[in-house]
Structure formats: structure tokens, C-alpha cells
Design a protein around this ligand. Structure first.
Ligand code: ITT
Length: 188
């Protein structure tokens, strides 16, 4: 069966396709209207996006709502990660807000809430997190969004290969749980 991927973020789309392919899912994209993300949590926003796409296309729809939570900023930007500062200046804004903050206070984590809504109204939800630190400067060209300032050990996510990122990322963890639940749901 075809599943529609409900995202307008190209970086996410590449990861979705990579993560869904081994599940034997035929992932398609369509020009879908972008609903307003009015939820108060990642899970609520993921549901809003998946439900709207399912309603519009009549296909099972998979969406993710994700973001970066910085301890020193009280968990910001969190669910506002895509709307935090001007496009193109988001990483720099985080780095500037943490200027002079020592390494031990630079803790941060990524969250990914995945939701799949089926035309009969059923839904499957999963969530993944990964923990690290905000780097002192942006490093690496891979990935997207905040990857080049999010560090685990000595490397940023921007310095990881796609496979390395999937093995440790919030989205990789969320999709691993999602795959388990989907198999159960489909009786496979
Ligand atoms: P859709 O809603 O269309 O999927 P979006 O970019 O608006 O796209 P979100 O509302 O979930 O998606 O915002 C998440 C933001 O968090 C995203 O724009 C990135 O800046 C950041 N983000 C999420 N996952 C990330 C990852 O794996 N690496 C780096 N940044 C990430």
C-alpha cells in the first residue's frame, strides 16, 4: 500500500524515504496543503499534519513533528524550531544565545514525534529522542536544520554520514518504534 509523506521539509523527506524503504513502504509525496501547527506538543502537531494529509489524499499519511530543545534556553526552541528566528539564521541565533556558556551547560536534545493516520481513523504514534550538546561553532555540511550545531561526543550531526545519523538520531529511534508498531498493526 502507498503511504503519503506529509512534510514540506526536504531534509526530513530524504530521511523519511531512507527510513521507510526497509519497511517495504511505498512512500509517495504529493502537493498537500500545510495545516496550521496549533498543537502544544510534538505529538499533537504530528497528528495534525498526518490527519490533514490523510483526509486530503485518502491515503495513510505519515508525518513527523520535531525540534531541538536546549537546556540553557529552558527547552526552546522546541516545537517552535521551524519558526525560531529568520530562516537561514536559526543556527546562528542558537549559537549567539549560548555565547560564553560553558560546555557543561550546553546540553540539548532533539525530539521526533511520528504519527501515521489511516483512512479508517486508526493511528500509530511513536517518539524518539537523542541527547547531546550545542557545539561552540557550526561544523559539517551533512544533514539539515540544526545538525551542524548539535554534537554528540566530538562530532556534530552535520559531520555524520546518513547511516550514522539514522543509527543515533531522534528520527531514527522514532522510526524504529514506529516500524515495530506498524508490523503489529498489519499483523506482520
Ligand atoms: P514539516 O512540518 O512540513 O514536516 P517543518 O520543517 O516545518 O516541516 P517541524 O515543524 O517539525 O517541521 O520543524 C522541525 C524543525 O526542527 C526543522 O525545521 C528543523 O529546523 C529542526 N529539525 C528537526 N529534525 C531535525 C534534524 O534531524 N536535524 C536538524 N534539525 C532538525
Amino acid at each position: 500500500m502507498k503511504y503519503v509523506i506529509a512534510t514540506h521539509n526536504k531534509g526530513k523527506l530524504v530521511e523519511f524515504q531512507r527510513l521507510l524503504e526497509p519497511m517495504g513502504i511505498e512512500a509517495v509525496t504529493m502537493d498537500i496543503a500545510e495545516p496550521e501547527e496549533t498543537g502544544r506538543t510534538f505529538a499533537e502537531n504530528a497528528f495534525i499534519k498526518a490527519e490533514a494529509a490523510c483526509r486530503e489524499t485518502g491515503l495513510p499519511a505519515v508525518a513527523d513533528d520535531s525540534g531541538l530543545c536546549v537546556d540553557y534556553l529552558g527547552g526552546a526552541p522546541g516545537i517552535y524550531s521551524a519558526r525560531f528566528a529568520e530562516p537561514g539564521k536559526r543556527r546562528l541565533t542558537v549559537l549567539e544565545k549560548l555565547k560564553g556558556v560553558p560546555e557543561e551547560q550546553r546540553g540539548a536534545h532533539f525530539v521526533s514525534a511520528v504519527c501515521c493516520v489511516f483512512p479508517n481513523g486508526d493511528r500509530i504514534e511513536a517518539e524518539g529522542r537523542c541527547f547531546g550538546k550545542i557545539a561552540f561553532e557550526s561544523r559539517g555540511e551533512n544533514g539539515f536544520g540544526y545538525d551542524s550545531i548539535f554534537q554528540q561526543g566530538d562530532v556534530t550531526f552535520g559531520e555524520l554520514s546518513a547511516q550514522e545519523k539514522d543509527a543515533r538520531s531522534h528520527r531514527g529511534h522514532a522510526f524504529a518504534e514506529f516500524e515495530k508498531k506498524l508490523r503489529e498493526y498489519l499483523g506482520k
